[in-house]
Ligand binder design. Structure first.
Ligand code: SF4
Length: 335
Protein backbone atom coordinates (compact mmCIF):
# COMPACT_ATOMS: atom_id res chain seq x y z
CA UNK A 1 0.00 0.00 0.00
CA UNK A 2 1.33 3.42 -0.95
CA UNK A 3 -0.32 6.82 -0.45
CA UNK A 4 -1.30 9.88 -2.51
CA UNK A 5 1.12 12.37 -1.03
CA UNK A 6 1.93 15.86 -2.28
CA UNK A 7 5.08 17.91 -1.84
CA UNK A 8 3.49 19.83 1.06
CA UNK A 9 3.07 16.65 3.08
CA UNK A 10 -0.68 16.31 2.62
CA UNK A 11 -2.07 12.81 2.04
CA UNK A 12 -5.23 12.37 -0.03
CA UNK A 13 -7.56 9.73 1.42
CA UNK A 14 -10.90 11.22 0.25
CA UNK A 15 -11.74 10.44 -3.39
CA UNK A 16 -14.43 12.41 -5.19
CA UNK A 17 -15.69 10.63 -8.33
CA UNK A 18 -17.75 12.57 -10.87
CA UNK A 19 -19.95 10.01 -12.63
CA UNK A 20 -21.43 12.37 -15.24
CA UNK A 21 -21.37 16.02 -16.31
CA UNK A 22 -25.11 15.95 -17.02
CA UNK A 23 -27.77 17.29 -14.71
CA UNK A 24 -31.55 17.56 -14.58
CA UNK A 25 -31.46 21.03 -13.04
CA UNK A 26 -30.09 24.31 -14.44
CA UNK A 27 -28.89 26.17 -11.36
CA UNK A 28 -28.11 29.79 -12.25
CA UNK A 29 -24.78 29.77 -10.41
CA UNK A 30 -23.67 26.62 -12.21
CA UNK A 31 -24.74 26.56 -15.87
CA UNK A 32 -26.77 28.41 -18.51
CA UNK A 33 -30.46 27.63 -19.05
CA UNK A 34 -29.73 25.70 -22.23
CA UNK A 35 -27.28 23.43 -20.44
CA UNK A 36 -23.78 22.61 -21.76
CA UNK A 37 -22.23 20.54 -24.52
CA UNK A 38 -22.33 17.23 -22.66
CA UNK A 39 -19.43 14.80 -22.68
CA UNK A 40 -19.82 12.28 -25.54
CA UNK A 41 -20.66 8.81 -24.17
CA UNK A 42 -17.51 7.04 -25.51
CA UNK A 43 -15.34 9.56 -23.64
CA UNK A 44 -17.04 8.72 -20.35
CA UNK A 45 -15.61 5.94 -18.23
CA UNK A 46 -17.66 2.76 -18.26
CA UNK A 47 -19.01 1.36 -14.98
CA UNK A 48 -16.23 -1.25 -14.96
CA UNK A 49 -13.56 1.39 -15.57
CA UNK A 50 -14.90 3.52 -12.71
CA UNK A 51 -14.95 0.50 -10.40
CA UNK A 52 -11.41 -0.48 -11.36
CA UNK A 53 -10.06 2.99 -10.58
CA UNK A 54 -11.93 3.10 -7.27
CA UNK A 55 -10.51 -0.34 -6.43
CA UNK A 56 -6.94 0.81 -7.21
CA UNK A 57 -7.46 3.93 -5.10
CA UNK A 58 -8.73 1.94 -2.09
CA UNK A 59 -6.54 -1.15 -2.31
CA UNK A 60 -3.30 0.44 -3.46
CA UNK A 61 -3.37 4.15 -2.64
CA UNK A 62 -4.86 4.38 0.86
CA UNK A 63 -8.17 5.99 -0.06
CA UNK A 64 -10.67 5.47 2.80
CA UNK A 65 -13.60 7.61 1.64
CA UNK A 66 -15.31 7.75 -1.74
CA UNK A 67 -17.94 10.34 -2.67
CA UNK A 68 -19.86 10.01 -5.93
CA UNK A 69 -20.85 13.29 -7.53
CA UNK A 70 -21.74 14.66 -10.95
CA UNK A 71 -23.35 16.71 -12.57
CA UNK A 72 -26.12 14.71 -11.00
CA UNK A 73 -24.93 11.16 -10.07
CA UNK A 74 -28.48 9.79 -9.75
CA UNK A 75 -28.95 10.05 -13.50
CA UNK A 76 -26.07 7.59 -14.02
CA UNK A 77 -27.81 4.26 -14.78
CA UNK A 78 -25.06 2.10 -13.23
CA UNK A 79 -24.89 4.04 -9.93
CA UNK A 80 -26.19 1.21 -7.70
CA UNK A 81 -23.79 -1.30 -9.27
CA UNK A 82 -20.83 1.08 -8.93
CA UNK A 83 -21.63 1.59 -5.25
CA UNK A 84 -22.11 -2.14 -4.67
CA UNK A 85 -18.68 -2.83 -6.20
CA UNK A 86 -17.04 -0.16 -4.02
CA UNK A 87 -18.77 -1.54 -0.91
CA UNK A 88 -17.20 -4.96 -1.52
CA UNK A 89 -13.66 -3.54 -1.35
CA UNK A 90 -11.36 -4.30 1.58
CA UNK A 91 -11.06 -2.23 3.70
CA UNK A 92 -14.58 -0.96 2.90
CA UNK A 93 -14.39 2.76 2.22
CA UNK A 94 -16.96 5.19 3.62
CA UNK A 95 -19.35 5.78 0.72
CA UNK A 96 -21.42 8.89 0.11
CA UNK A 97 -23.22 10.66 -2.71
CA UNK A 98 -23.72 14.37 -3.39
CA UNK A 99 -27.02 14.85 -5.21
CA UNK A 100 -29.70 17.39 -6.03
CA UNK A 101 -32.14 14.91 -4.51
CA UNK A 102 -34.33 14.42 -7.57
CA UNK A 103 -35.25 10.74 -7.84
CA UNK A 104 -33.67 9.93 -4.48
CA UNK A 105 -37.11 8.93 -3.15
CA UNK A 106 -37.16 6.10 -5.71
CA UNK A 107 -33.58 4.85 -5.21
CA UNK A 108 -32.69 5.52 -1.55
CA UNK A 109 -33.36 1.98 -0.33
CA UNK A 110 -31.44 0.37 -3.23
CA UNK A 111 -28.48 2.68 -2.56
CA UNK A 112 -28.51 1.78 1.13
CA UNK A 113 -28.72 -1.94 0.34
CA UNK A 114 -25.83 -1.57 -2.12
CA UNK A 115 -23.65 -0.24 0.71
CA UNK A 116 -24.01 3.53 0.55
CA UNK A 117 -23.49 5.17 3.96
CA UNK A 118 -24.90 8.67 3.57
CA UNK A 119 -25.92 11.51 1.26
CA UNK A 120 -25.46 15.24 0.81
CA UNK A 121 -28.42 16.90 -0.89
CA UNK A 122 -28.37 20.42 -2.36
CA UNK A 123 -31.20 22.69 -1.23
CA UNK A 124 -30.91 26.47 -1.57
CA UNK A 125 -34.45 27.55 -0.70
CA UNK A 126 -37.68 26.47 1.06
CA UNK A 127 -39.79 28.40 -1.46
CA UNK A 128 -40.94 26.42 -4.56
CA UNK A 129 -41.23 29.59 -6.69
CA UNK A 130 -37.74 30.70 -5.75
CA UNK A 131 -36.53 27.16 -6.42
CA UNK A 132 -37.83 27.55 -9.96
CA UNK A 133 -36.01 30.86 -10.32
CA UNK A 134 -32.77 29.34 -9.04
CA UNK A 135 -32.87 26.02 -10.90
CA UNK A 136 -35.18 26.75 -13.83
CA UNK A 137 -37.17 23.61 -12.92
CA UNK A 138 -40.30 22.88 -10.82
CA UNK A 139 -38.82 20.03 -8.73
CA UNK A 140 -38.82 21.47 -5.21
CA UNK A 141 -41.19 18.84 -3.81
CA UNK A 142 -39.05 16.08 -5.36
CA UNK A 143 -36.00 17.33 -3.46
CA UNK A 144 -37.95 17.37 -0.18
CA UNK A 145 -39.23 13.84 -0.91
CA UNK A 146 -35.66 12.75 -1.63
CA UNK A 147 -34.47 14.10 1.72
CA UNK A 148 -37.22 12.28 3.58
CA UNK A 149 -36.54 9.01 1.74
CA UNK A 150 -32.81 9.23 2.48
CA UNK A 151 -33.48 9.65 6.20
CA UNK A 152 -36.03 6.81 6.22
CA UNK A 153 -33.59 4.53 4.37
CA UNK A 154 -30.92 5.23 6.99
CA UNK A 155 -28.53 7.16 4.69
CA UNK A 156 -27.56 9.26 7.67
CA UNK A 157 -26.47 11.79 8.64
CA UNK A 158 -28.43 13.42 5.84
CA UNK A 159 -26.53 16.60 5.05
CA UNK A 160 -27.95 19.59 3.19
CA UNK A 161 -25.65 21.77 1.05
CA UNK A 162 -26.85 25.35 0.63
CA UNK A 163 -25.36 28.11 -1.52
CA UNK A 164 -26.53 31.61 -0.62
CA UNK A 165 -26.53 34.41 -3.16
CA UNK A 166 -26.87 38.09 -2.31
CA UNK A 167 -30.36 39.42 -2.92
CA UNK A 168 -31.59 36.02 -4.09
CA UNK A 169 -31.89 33.62 -1.15
CA UNK A 170 -29.57 35.09 1.49
CA UNK A 171 -32.63 36.04 3.59
CA UNK A 172 -33.38 32.34 4.13
CA UNK A 173 -30.36 31.31 6.22
CA UNK A 174 -32.23 31.12 9.59
CA UNK A 175 -35.29 29.44 8.04
CA UNK A 176 -33.14 26.83 6.29
CA UNK A 177 -31.34 26.05 9.54
CA UNK A 178 -34.66 25.76 11.40
CA UNK A 179 -35.94 23.43 8.66
CA UNK A 180 -32.85 21.23 8.97
CA UNK A 181 -33.12 21.12 12.75
CA UNK A 182 -36.82 20.28 12.63
CA UNK A 183 -36.08 17.31 10.32
CA UNK A 184 -32.82 16.09 11.85
CA UNK A 185 -30.71 17.05 8.80
CA UNK A 186 -27.22 18.60 9.08
CA UNK A 187 -26.91 21.90 7.16
CA UNK A 188 -23.77 23.18 5.47
CA UNK A 189 -23.64 26.62 3.93
CA UNK A 190 -21.14 26.80 1.06
CA UNK A 191 -19.55 30.01 -0.16
CA UNK A 192 -20.15 30.30 -3.90
CA UNK A 193 -16.92 29.46 -5.73
CA UNK A 194 -15.55 30.66 -9.08
CA UNK A 195 -16.39 27.42 -10.90
CA UNK A 196 -19.50 28.37 -12.90
CA UNK A 197 -19.63 27.48 -16.59
CA UNK A 198 -20.42 31.10 -17.51
CA UNK A 199 -17.31 32.45 -15.69
CA UNK A 200 -19.47 35.19 -14.17
CA UNK A 201 -18.60 34.58 -10.50
CA UNK A 202 -18.44 37.84 -8.59
CA UNK A 203 -16.87 38.03 -5.14
CA UNK A 204 -19.22 40.90 -4.24
CA UNK A 205 -22.30 38.79 -4.94
CA UNK A 206 -20.88 35.89 -2.94
CA UNK A 207 -22.24 35.73 0.63
CA UNK A 208 -19.29 35.33 2.96
CA UNK A 209 -18.95 33.02 5.97
CA UNK A 210 -18.98 36.08 8.21
CA UNK A 211 -22.30 37.23 6.77
CA UNK A 212 -23.78 33.73 7.08
CA UNK A 213 -22.77 33.52 10.75
CA UNK A 214 -24.20 36.99 11.37
CA UNK A 215 -27.51 35.87 9.89
CA UNK A 216 -27.51 32.89 12.28
CA UNK A 217 -26.99 35.05 15.38
CA UNK A 218 -30.46 34.23 16.76
CA UNK A 219 -29.25 30.65 17.27
CA UNK A 220 -26.40 31.78 19.60
CA UNK A 221 -23.98 29.36 17.95
CA UNK A 222 -21.13 27.98 20.07
CA UNK A 223 -17.67 26.90 18.90
CA UNK A 224 -17.59 23.16 18.18
CA UNK A 225 -15.72 20.98 20.68
CA UNK A 226 -14.88 18.37 18.04
CA UNK A 227 -11.77 19.08 15.96
CA UNK A 228 -12.39 19.80 12.31
CA UNK A 229 -9.53 17.62 11.06
CA UNK A 230 -9.46 17.65 7.26
CA UNK A 231 -13.20 18.27 6.84
CA UNK A 232 -14.06 21.20 4.52
CA UNK A 233 -16.83 22.42 6.85
CA UNK A 234 -16.11 24.54 9.90
CA UNK A 235 -18.87 23.60 12.38
CA UNK A 236 -20.70 25.25 15.30
CA UNK A 237 -22.88 23.79 18.02
CA UNK A 238 -26.50 24.94 18.20
CA UNK A 239 -27.48 25.19 21.87
CA UNK A 240 -30.73 23.47 22.76
CA UNK A 241 -30.85 21.22 19.70
CA UNK A 242 -29.89 17.62 19.01
CA UNK A 243 -29.59 15.86 15.66
CA UNK A 244 -31.28 12.66 14.43
CA UNK A 245 -28.69 10.57 16.29
CA UNK A 246 -29.30 12.41 19.57
CA UNK A 247 -25.96 14.22 19.34
CA UNK A 248 -25.57 17.98 19.83
CA UNK A 249 -26.83 19.60 16.62
CA UNK A 250 -24.26 21.33 14.43
CA UNK A 251 -24.26 23.68 11.46
CA UNK A 252 -21.37 24.00 9.06
CA UNK A 253 -19.90 26.63 6.79
CA UNK A 254 -17.61 25.68 3.90
CA UNK A 255 -15.75 28.93 3.32
CA UNK A 256 -13.39 28.02 0.48
CA UNK A 257 -12.95 31.64 -0.56
CA UNK A 258 -12.74 33.69 2.64
CA UNK A 259 -11.40 31.01 5.03
CA UNK A 260 -9.53 28.54 2.81
CA UNK A 261 -8.64 25.16 4.30
CA UNK A 262 -6.19 23.98 1.65
CA UNK A 263 -3.44 23.35 4.19
CA UNK A 264 -5.29 20.29 5.48
CA UNK A 265 -6.74 19.15 2.16
CA UNK A 266 -7.10 15.35 1.80
CA UNK A 267 -9.06 15.33 -1.47
CA UNK A 268 -8.27 13.78 -4.83
CA UNK A 269 -10.73 13.90 -7.73
CA UNK A 270 -11.62 11.76 -10.72
CA UNK A 271 -13.68 13.17 -13.56
CA UNK A 272 -16.29 11.23 -15.54
CA UNK A 273 -13.83 11.04 -18.46
CA UNK A 274 -11.06 9.54 -16.32
CA UNK A 275 -8.90 12.58 -15.50
CA UNK A 276 -7.28 13.09 -12.10
CA UNK A 277 -7.66 16.59 -10.68
CA UNK A 278 -5.38 17.13 -7.69
CA UNK A 279 -7.42 20.17 -6.65
CA UNK A 280 -10.92 21.50 -7.27
CA UNK A 281 -9.24 24.52 -8.90
CA UNK A 282 -6.56 22.62 -10.79
CA UNK A 283 -5.90 24.03 -14.25
CA UNK A 284 -4.27 20.82 -15.49
CA UNK A 285 -5.28 17.16 -15.26
CA UNK A 286 -3.71 13.71 -15.59
CA UNK A 287 -5.24 11.19 -17.98
CA UNK A 288 -5.92 7.77 -16.44
CA UNK A 289 -8.46 6.80 -19.10
CA UNK A 290 -5.68 6.61 -21.73
CA UNK A 291 -3.75 4.24 -19.45
CA UNK A 292 -6.87 2.18 -18.72
CA UNK A 293 -7.73 1.80 -22.38
CA UNK A 294 -4.08 1.34 -23.31
CA UNK A 295 -3.79 -1.86 -21.28
CA UNK A 296 -1.81 -0.42 -18.37
CA UNK A 297 -1.41 -2.48 -15.20
CA UNK A 298 -2.90 -1.44 -11.86
CA UNK A 299 0.60 -0.58 -10.66
CA UNK A 300 1.20 1.72 -13.64
CA UNK A 301 -2.12 3.48 -13.04
CA UNK A 302 -1.39 3.85 -9.32
CA UNK A 303 2.02 5.32 -10.13
CA UNK A 304 0.47 7.88 -12.51
CA UNK A 305 -2.10 8.83 -9.85
CA UNK A 306 0.65 9.36 -7.27
CA UNK A 307 2.58 11.55 -9.72
CA UNK A 308 -0.54 13.63 -10.38
CA UNK A 309 -1.04 14.29 -6.67
CA UNK A 310 2.62 15.06 -5.98
CA UNK A 311 2.32 18.19 -8.16
CA UNK A 312 -0.61 19.62 -6.21
CA UNK A 313 -0.31 23.35 -5.46
CA UNK A 314 -0.34 24.65 -1.90
CA UNK A 315 -3.81 26.13 -2.33
CA UNK A 316 -6.47 27.32 -4.77
CA UNK A 317 -4.94 30.75 -5.20
CA UNK A 318 -8.29 32.52 -5.65
CA UNK A 319 -6.82 35.62 -3.99
CA UNK A 320 -3.76 35.66 -6.23
CA UNK A 321 -3.78 38.24 -9.02
CA UNK A 322 -2.67 35.39 -11.30
CA UNK A 323 -5.70 33.23 -10.42
CA UNK A 324 -7.19 31.46 -13.42
CA UNK A 325 -10.63 29.88 -13.19
CA UNK A 326 -10.39 26.25 -14.40
CA UNK A 327 -11.74 25.61 -17.91
CA UNK A 328 -13.72 22.62 -16.64
CA UNK A 329 -16.91 23.83 -14.91
CA UNK A 330 -18.12 22.61 -11.51
CA UNK A 331 -20.81 20.51 -13.23
CA UNK A 332 -18.03 18.40 -14.77
CA UNK A 333 -15.86 18.30 -11.64
CA UNK A 334 -18.36 17.57 -8.86
CA UNK A 335 -18.35 18.67 -5.18
S1 SF4 B 1 -9.25 24.29 -3.16
FE1 SF4 B 1 -8.01 22.55 -3.74
S2 SF4 B 1 -6.39 22.42 -2.22
FE2 SF4 B 1 -7.97 23.76 -1.42
S3 SF4 B 1 -9.25 22.47 -0.18
FE3 SF4 B 1 -10.19 22.53 -2.21
S4 SF4 B 1 -9.33 20.81 -3.34
FE4 SF4 B 1 -8.07 21.15 -1.52
Amino acid sequence: MTVLADRFGRIATDLRVSLTDRCNLRCTYCMPAEGLAWMPQPEQLTDDEVSRLVRIAVEQLGVTEVRFTGGEPLIRRGLVGIIAAAAKLTPKPKLSVTSNGIGLDRIAISLKEAGLDRVNVSLDTLDPARFHTLTRRDRHSDVLAGLRAAAEAGLTPVKINTVLMRGVNDDEAPALLRFALDHGYQLRFIEQMPLDAQHQWDRHVMVTAEEILAALEPFALQPDDVSRGTAPAETWLIPGYTDAAGQPARVGVIASVTRPFCGDCDRTRLTADGQVRNCLFATDESDLRKLLRGGATDDRIAEAWRAAMWGKRAGHGIDDPTFLQPARPMSAIGG
